[in-house]
Ligand binder design. Structure first.
Ligand SMILES: Cc1ncc(COP(=O)(O)O)c(C=O)c1O
Length: 422
């Protein structure tokens, strides 16, 4: 099946007389005839469900659809994108380990790594996304366990140099994890460019309708844990908290990572989505391919309009010819990039504030990557406590507006921008 078809048909094939749409199994618990039947599940000897904190049939069907879209071998849903980022790294790196991350990642991920996970004893090195291969090489340590990046970074819109990062990670025997939220598997399939594990905030384009917060982790099944067993004892030696199972032996390259993540992290930390939310996410996934195409068409027209408007200082959009990342985007994302644009309004902070007040269609929101066009002026909202100099130090200019182009008629979006800029 092609991507558009997988969005509709993936993950779930009803049998004769079964519901066409995947059912919501809104049950915390599952009934068994004998204790022996249940014991097999606890020992991971049989597949099945016993308690929704670990796994639920609706969640698994939706995860299976996203797994097909990414071209992976196993996947699990989480209750948020943050949980997916945390689980994906914590499944491999423990206290005393080291992780390399591109500095061009979502601010929430940066904070998770740099503050919360540091407190857990994991060390992080952030490297410039456009560092040289030598600079990247120098960041590795004997205890490095993971390399992490983001396909199109939120909000800098820097396109990830997959080949540079995956080559370095594999040379050092560690996997590359990529946050593919902004690109979606419609526009980029990181496994084809060397990534080993992909995560998403499904809250963005996958849901696409402001309806549910969620995340997903997908494993490519390509990373050979046993070949680097000394680095990954959690996967390659017996798990005493799970009856001495060695995940990499029992579930192979294809299943070890997600089984461990479910059996240990979901069991202990419990960040499972509600089956009802997963059902809503699936409705969003059905139209993902058509929506993403429309987001990109609209955003390309909006970016062009902005680049020609005299009241606009600059435009950043990797789908716009002349953008610093246009050529890299053409290589890794040939069908389109995303719907998010950033631009500067003439007149600095005051100019941007005045512009924001005049918008009529675009709604002011911290959210992005959604059917509705939404807009944020970081200097007067999320980053309002910072001075102009402090803002520039975090790569945000005082006049910068982040504009998430929706799937409305693009002429209405452009007319709204035109009158507000005027
Ligand atoms: C690229 C990216 N990754 C991860 C997240 C975190 O996802 P969530 O808000 O679903 O926890 C976000 C949220 O904005 C994001 O934009």
């Amino acid at each position: 099946m092609r991507q558009e078809t997988k969005c509709i048909e993936g993950g779930y094939t009803p049998g004769n007389g079964e519901p066409r749409l995947m059912p919501i199994v809104q049950s915390t618990t599952f009934k068994y005839n004998t204790s022996e039947d249940m014991a097999k599940l606890f020992d991971l000897e049989a597949t099945g469900y016993f308690y929704t904190r670990l796994q639920n049939p609706t969640n698994d069907l939706v995860a299976a659809k996203i797994c097909e879209l990414e071209g992976g071998t196993a996947a699990m849903l989480t209750s948020s994108g943050q949980a997916a980022s945390f689980f994906s790294v914590f499944n491999l790196a423990n206290a005393g380990d080291h992780v390399i991350a591109s500095s061009a990642i979502y601010g929430g991920t940066y904070n998770l790594f740099n503050v919360t996970m540091r407190k857990m004893g994991i060390e992080f090195t952030f490297v410039e996304p456009d560092c040289t291969a030598e600079e990247l090489e120098a960041a590795f340590k004997p205890n490095t366990k993971v390399v992490f990046g983001e396909t199109i970074a939120n909000p800098s819109l820097i396109v990830f140099d997959f080949e540079k990062f995956s080559t370095a990670a594999h040379k050092h025997g560690v996997p590359l994890i990529v946050d593919n939220t902004f690109a979606t598997p419609i526009n980029c399939r990181p496994f084809e460019w060397g990534a080993d594990i992909v995560i998403h905030s499904t809250t963005k384009y996958m849901d696409g309708h402001d309806a549910t917060v969620g995340g997903v982790i997908v494993d490519s099944g390509k990373f050979d844990w046993m070949a680097h067993a000394d680095k990954f004892p959690g996967l390659c030696t017996p798990d005493e908290s799970y009856h001495g199972i060695t995940y990499a032996e029992k579930f192979g390259k294809e299943g070890a990572f997600i089984t461990k993540c479910t059996a240990q992290l979901m069991r202990d930390l419990g960040s499972i989505p509600s089956p009802h939310n997963s059902y809503i996410l699936n409705l969003g996934l059905e139209s993902l391919a058509v929506r993403v195409q429309r987001h990109c068409e609209n955003a390309t027209k909006v970016a062009k309009f902005l680049s020609e408007n005299p009241n606009v200082e600059y435009v950043t959009y990797p789908g716009l010819e002349g953008d610093k990342y246009y050529e890299r985007a053409k290589k890794y994302l040939p069908n389109g990039t995303c719907g998010v644009i950033s631009f500067g309004v003439k007149g600095g902070r005051a100019g941007a504030e005045a512009f924001m007040k005049k918008l009529k269609l675009a709604i002011v929101a911290t959210h992005v990557a959604d059917a509705h066009t939404c807009v944020l002026h970081p200097a007067s909202s999320t980053h309002r406590q910072l001075t102009d100099d402090e803002l520039r130090a975090c790569g945000i200019s005082p006049d910068m507006v982040r504009f998430s182009v929706g799937i409305e008629n693009v002429d209405d979006i452009i007319e709204d921008l035109a009158q507000a800029l005027a």
